[in-house]
Every structure is written in structure tokens, then in C-alpha cells.
Design a protein around this ligand. Structure first.
Ligand code: FES
Ligand code: FES
Length: 161
């Protein structure tokens, strides 16, 4: 039986028919809504490549059944830039070489945005590494990722003062 759910995705209201209750938010985004910026790595909650924000909180979208998110506010990597300007976390990843192949990068960036919003980032590399530990990078770009998160956190704090 089909179920219809309503989502706000990157600021736009969408109504989506779910024909299989097992479909994940990750597959819904990638296969039904053409939002392929969110990546599928392990598909079992171990790599963080599929990280998105739901109601402002970080989640692994590969573990989230779409049908249980009726009414949710979803942000993906495609929704971060505004008015043609990169989000400060995106800009910091570029400036600090926080990636190599780029496959993990959307998940890393979404996780960093969530971490900063949670007030769990800051200037301590150890704390940032801990907060980002759910996001794996097979290229080992961790040094640049940590620097980018610290820098972006500083910029966002400054902007909000
Ligand atoms: Fe979701 Fe790896 S694809 S955690
Ligand atoms: Fe290649 Fe992270 S940049 S997996």
C-alpha cells in the first residue's frame, strides 16, 4: 500500500509517495528526488557518507526509514550554499584541502555543520576529531578536515557575534 509523506527538503515542501515501507531516506533522496550529493558508502551506518540534517540534527540517512519522517525538515549538501555563496564549512573544506577523492566530503561537511550547530566543535583538534569520528575518509584527509572544521567554527562564531 502506498503512503504519502510530506517533507521540507532544502527549504522546499515536497510530497512523496512511498511504495515500499523499507525505503530509506538515502534512497529516497538519491533515487526518487535526484539529490545525489548525499553518498552511499557502507549502507549500514558505519561510514557517515550519507550524513544529512533532519530537524537540524545529524543522522545517517542509510539507517532512516523515510516513512517515519513525515513532516521532517531535511537539509542535504545541495541546500547549504545560499545566493550562490558557499556555506562557510564548504569554503573552509576547499581552503584547507579537506578532501582528496571527495566521496566522503558531502557527509563530512554535513556532519561538521551539525557538530558546529550542536556547539560541540571549537578550537580543540581532539574534540573535533571525536565529534567527527562517525565520518570515515578512506583517503585519510583527516588533518585538512579537522583544520577546516575548526576554521569554519571560528568564522561562524564571528559571524553570529
Ligand atoms: Fe550510511 Fe555508510 S552509507 S553510514
Ligand atoms: Fe576520499 Fe574522503 S576524500 S574518502
Amino acid at each position: 500500500m502506498n503512503h504519502s509523506i510530506r517533507l521540507t527538503i532544502n527549504g522546499t515542501a515536497r510530497e512523496v509517495d512511498i511504495d515500499d515501507p523499507r525505503v530509506t531516506l538515502l534512497d529516497l533522496l538519491r533515487e526518487r528526488l535526484d539529490l545525489t550529493g548525499t553518498k552511499k558508502g557502507c549502507d549500514r551506518g558505519q561510514c557517515g557518507a550519507c550524513t544529512i540534517l533532519v530537524d537540524g540534527r545529524r543522522i545517517n540517512s542509510c539507517l532512516a526509514l523515510a516513512i517515519s519522517f513525515d513532516g521532517a525538515d531535511v537539509t542535504t549538501i545541495e541546500g547549504l550554499a545560499t545566493n550562490g555563496e558557499l556555506h562557510p564549512v564548504q569554503a573552509a573544506f576547499i581552503e584547507h584541502d579537506g578532501f582528496q577523492c571527495g566521496y566522503c566530503t558531502p557527509g563530512q561537511i554535513m556532519s561538521a555543520v551539525g557538530l558546529i550547530a550542536e556547539g560541540q566543535a571549537g578550537a580543540d583538534p581532539e574534540r573535533v576529531r571525536e565529534g567527527m569520528s562517525g565520518n570515515l575518509c578512506r583517503c585519510g584527509a583527516y588533518a585538512g578536515i579537522t583544520e577546516a572544521v575548526i576554521d569554519a567554527h571560528g568564522r561562524l562564531v564571528e559571524k553570529n557575534q
